[in-house]
Design a protein around this ligand. Structure first.
Ligand SMILES: [Zn+2]
Length: 70
């Protein structure tokens, strides 16, 4: 059996296609920001991770997670 050992979790920015790295496993509806275009995205799917533009209204009380710098 192949073991997936990668601990680095990544997703691609829907706007600029930059690979966004998560420092920890994101949860559904987490808000992340892209280090390149500085847009905010919502995690709408976990495997594979899929990001969608976050509504400004959903930014209010959500915890913002910074993506790791490259
Ligand atoms: Zn981006």
């Amino acid at each position: 059996m192949a073991k997936v050992k990668t601990k680095v979790i990544t997703a691609f920015c829907p706007t600029c296609d930059t690979r966004i790295r998560f420092s920890e496993r994101p949860r559904l509806f987490d808000i992340v920001s892209c280090p390149e275009c500085e847009e905010f995205f919502e995690v709408v799917r976990l495997s594979p991770i899929e990001l969608q533009w976050a509504d400004e209204s959903s930014l209010g009380d959500e915890e913002i997670k910074d993506a790791d710098d490259w």
